[in-house]
Design a protein around this ligand. Structure first.
Ligand code: CP
Length: 305
């Protein structure tokens, strides 16, 4: 019997493979029946110290569909952090008002710290360049839904593999499913060695490229990412790589028939709009899948299912 009751989710490795699959299976049920009033009387705090559209709103949509109430802030300037309150004091205080904290912060490790000071579970909604585990679960759900399996796939990851927290979480998770990785990035934005070591430890194969066409043609899944201006200390470094990868429809002529393009979004210019109406584009459905996966997470962590 799998129980995630009262568990925090900070890194994707906090859950094991059986637990991921349990969440994905619950999410499938929520996709069939999204309105389930099982969290009535529960309060969920969404604390977003960094901007977000999809993660915050899909969590709030998920909580609403479960009948929970939401408190929190989407703009740190409306919180007492601007008066100098420490993160731990904010978290201890909010833990008095809520049953679950969902938190995004620009500092790597901030969510782990919050989970250590809170006496309620904390879900990491993205901490700096480190981890984005709930995005990872919805990515896994989207991959399984489109490919009918998570096993033995060729996954191309394109763009900012250095600072991309969604990439780090997804590589770690896909290491459990005999994945072959095709890593496409500028030299300056390669996947960090610490993550590549995990691939090697699992005796899996990865290929590195600076051009994307060969990887596109080999892939079952193409995971596009934005070059994130906000992660660069030197704006000149960003300017040099910001247009490194511009995927358009003409590049899809020789790809696998069922290849799907995922992107955590937001996009800037890395996927041309002419891709949106192809059978390969899956990024907006992927964002929708986030609601079902987050319903599953909230329900299981609150011990409602
Ligand atoms: N995928 C994702 O994290 O998007 P937001 O930044 O809009 O939440």
């Amino acid at each position: 019997m799998i129980s995630l009751k009262k568990r925090s989710l900070i890194s994707i490795t906090d859950f094991n493979t059986e637990e991921y699959l349990h969440i994905l299976s619950m999410a499938k049920d929520f996709e069939k029946t999204p309105i389930q009033n099982i969290a009535e009387g529960r309060v969920i705090a969404t604390l977003f110290f960094e901007p977000s559209t999809r993660t915050r709103l899909s969590f709030e949509s998920a909580a609403n569909k479960l009948g929970a109430k939401i408190i929190g802030f989407a703009d740190v300037n409306n919180s007492s952090a601007t008066k100098g309150e420490s993160l731990s004091d904010t978290i201890k205080t909010v833990a008095n008002y809520a049953d679950l904290i969902i938190m995004r912060h620009s500092l790597e490790g901030a969510s782990r710290w919050a989970s250590e000071v809170a006496d309620i579970p904390v879900i990491n909604a993205g901490d700096g360049s480190n981890q984005h585990p709930t995005q990872c679960l919805l990515d896994l759900y989207s991959i399984k839904k489109t490919q009918k399996t998570l096993d033995n796939l060729h996954v191309a990851m394109v763009g900012d593999l250095k600072y991309g927290r969604t990439v780090h979480s997804l590589v770690e998770a896909m290491c459990n499913f005999n994945t072959t990785f095709h890593l496409v990035s500028p030299e300056s934005l390669k996947l960090p060695s610490a993550v590549k070591i995990l691939i090697k430890e699992r005796k899996l194969t990865y290929f590195q490229y600076t051009e994307m066409q060969e990887a596109l043609d080999k892939a079952d899944i193409v995971y596009m990412t934005r070059v994130q201006r906000e992660r660069f200390v030197d704006i000149q470094d960003y300017e040099r790589v910001k247009n490194a990868y511009l995927l358009d429809k003409s590049m899809l002529n020789n790809v696998k028939e069922n290849m799907k393009i995922l992107h955590p979004l937001p996009r800037v210019n890395e996927i041309n709009k002419d891709v949106d109406n192809t059978t390969h584009a899956y990024y907006f459905q992927q964002a929708l899948n986030g609601v079902y996966v987050r319903q599953a997470l909230i329900a299981s962590i609150l011990g409602l299912k």
